[in-house]
Design a protein around this ligand. Structure first.
Ligand code: ASC
Length: 267
């Protein structure tokens, strides 16, 4: 129970930080920059940070921890895999729109593409992401791959997912820093005008959100219990008493895992 409260506290904090990041990115575009539009101008560029924060950072972060939400343990594993994949696919589409916005803006203004470290790391992450999604769907969502192959690939799937997510955060920090240096002239970035402070805070919020997602995703005792998987579908459709029983099973399996100090290798 203590562990559940601890999870809930950190997950709620992560959600709050995620929403605050999105609100800061929106405030940056609407209040300090040229707003949002699709005209080849600055308003089109402004979709780039906003959609990346919503998709590549917030939605991808939630997709990473979605299996750990205890109230989803009564849903079938297949359903949770669909939600995990769906959130990642949605995040990827938002990232693609966001990249199109920035290329459009550069081309309209004759600004070169792909010269900065931000763009190199960012494009690498945006290319690796669909590879991760397609391999994930082929191996885990479509029930053809043998279990031993799934198990062998799981540490790689988990590692590469966290790597892409973390690279996205590093890319966002580079991107917002270069944007502040480029666009704040007088007063400049070094003079700390309100826009610079807001966007520095946006960077802090993103780092804190990412840090919490990584913490939640790497606690072995917060993993979705394996034992309930086959049974959950039938618990689902039956009476609330049975659901309660399923949860009790899961709680005791968590207790057992904690007592054993056993860190499982797969998700
Ligand atoms: C899956 C799934 C898991 C893992 C496991 C191998 O498809 O639901 O929990 O792969 O079977 O690690």
């Amino acid at each position: 129970m203590e562990d559940y409260k601890h999870f809930l506290l950190l997950f709620t904090l992560a959600l709050a930080l995620g929403f605050a990041s999105i609100a800061s990115a929106l405030t940056w575009a609407l209040r300090y920059r040229e707003g949002l539009g699709w005209d080849g101008g600055a308003a089109e560029f402004n979709w780039h940070p906003l959609l990346m924060v919503i998709g590549f950072i917030f939605l991808q972060g939630i997709a990473i921890v979605v299996y750990r939400l205890p109230w989803t343990w009564r849903c079938s594993k297949q359903m949770m895999k669909l939600i995990h994949a769906g959130l990642n696919v949605l995040a990827f589409f938002l990232a693609v729109i966001s990249v199109v916005a920035v290329f459009d803006f550069h081309n309209a203004k004759n600004i070169p593409n792909m010269y900065s470290l931000h763009s190199w790391i960012g494009l690498a992450a945006v290319i690796l992401y669909p590879a991760q999604i397609v391999i994930g769907i082929a191996v885990y969502l479509i029930p053809v791959t043998p279990v031993y192959v799934r198990a062998a690939l799981m540490p790689i799937h988990i590692y590469s997912g966290l790597f892409i997510f973390t690279s996205g955060i590093a890319t966002a920090l580079m991107g917002i820093t270069e944007k502040l240096i480029f666009s704040l002239k007088s007063p400049g970035y070094k003079d700390s005008p309100p826009e610079a402070v807001l966007v520095n805070v946006l960077g802090l919020l993103i780092v804190a959100f990412g840090g919490l997602v990584l913490w939640i995703a790497t606690r072995p005792s917060w993993k979705r219990p394996k034992e309930g998987d086959a049974q959950t579908v039938s618990y689902n459709s039956s009476s609330p008493g049975n659901v309660k029983m399923a949860r009790t099973d899961q709680e005791s399996s968590l207790e057992a895992r904690r007592r054993n100090g056993k860190a499982e290798e797969s998700g």
